[in-house]
Write a protein that binds this ligand. Structure first.
Ligand SMILES: [Zn+2]
Length: 104
């Protein structure tokens, strides 16, 4: 779902989310359940609330920023939240694999 959502984010906004990652933006997940992720993106000055839901093909997302609210687009914060969630999931899988390897 998250990868498909990322595929729908316009290149400029995707790039700004990558730049945010380099600049140390933080993702604080408040709620993670089947088909729903909610949390905050912090860029050091402002805090935006992002909600990503599994709905239809690829999911739906919203953010409290002006870009998302006024233009109705998938913004850089949504991109950042999705990337962060994918990163966390990949890290958890990798850790699990390492533990399995240790157990052999
Ligand atoms: Zn936003």
């Amino acid at each position: 779902m998250l990868r498909r959502l990322l595929g729908r984010i316009e290149d400029g906004r995707f790039g700004r989310a990558l730049a945010g990652m380099q600049a140390g933006w933080q993702w604080e997940c408040k709620n993670r359940e089947a088909g729903l992720v909610e949390g905050f993106v912090r860029d050091g000055i402002k805090e935006r609330m992002v909600v990503i839901e599994r709905r239809g093909r690829g999911g739906a997302a919203r953010c409290s920023c002006e870009d998302a609210v006024k233009r109705g687009v998938l913004c850089k914060h949504v991109a950042f939240a999705a990337m962060s969630e994918l990163g966390l999931a990949a890290a958890a899988r990798s850790k699990h694999r390492q533990l399995e390897e240790l157990g052999r």
